[in-house]
Write a protein that binds this ligand. Sequence first.
Ligand code: PEP
Ligand code: MN
Length: 350
Amino acid sequence: MLIIMKLDASRGDVERVKEKITALGYVPHEIPGDHRLAIGITGNKNRPDAELFLTLPGVLEAVPISKPFKLVSRDVKSENTTIRFRNHVVGGRELTLIAGPCSVESRQQIVDTACTLKELGIKFLRGGAYKPRTSPYSFQGHKADALQYLQEARTVSGLHIVTEVKDTETLPMVAECADILQIGARNMQNYSLLEAVGNLRKPVLLKRGLSATVEELLMAAEYILNGGNYDVILCERGIRTFETSTRNTLDLNSIPVIKKLSHLPIIVDPSHGVGVWDAVPAMSLAAIAAGADGLIIEVHPEPSLALSDGYQSLKPSKLKPLLSKLSKLAVIMDRTLTMKKELLEEAETV
Ligand code: PEP
Ligand code: MN
């Protein structure tokens, strides 16, 4: 249920409603909007009696939410969620670009890549420290050492760090390093992990599970918001289908569908979505055309030597012309992608 407050409701009115919700054994969630404030109720097994709230001062309406997901739903919050960083707003007009290697392989690799990406105007660096791999014999990440290298890359470049958290045991260490905590496809329904990041106040990038429906993705995000962490970015990274010519099938249908259902920002991972580097630019452009708020792209200085996902990683030299095309597409999509003028000119001559 959603309690919608009157425009002139006072702080005291809001607090009284929240106290009432808590006294009933439920959880209140304050949801500020551009025009009005609403208070979501979760933790209730049955629909609460609307009369209990309608009699309180400052309350305009009590609206039942029929969808299985509540806090992530547009029914609860019609405005897009935006997440603020020092120099960027995720979910705002400017497209969000996250780039970097699949795995952090060495101090030099990640620091150099961060500096190269910074030159290209990228603000978010990705790089896995803890890698959940299909095979136990594949590279599992440099773990704590890699977190240290990521911190150094941030200090040197000023880029924000996006790195995956694999389990609740390592969450405190990873959360200390990450500016955005990535939850990978294989962990989308790891409910202990979802609850644990829900209790933090740090943005989360939640990737769609390998075989998860849009509704399952939104329900997974609901776990995080239910814990009081409202800064969730969804990520479409391809799903498993009968098609074997590509690593996954990048489900770009999900973008307009999710935009209608949810106020959360959604970005696309074309690298895992398609699995081959030369198809990444096309799918990046398609993702933005579909209405995505940004991209997370694997970029490696020497893809043939990468310890994971080299075949789907772009060289920085291939990222440049893509950025130039994205900045043109951004205009059509009523978005922006700020690029250095020299870079734009240089990319045009490639
Ligand atoms: C990754 O981002 O490197 C990764 C493992 O992605 P996913 O969880 O989408 O497979
Ligand atoms: Mn990868």
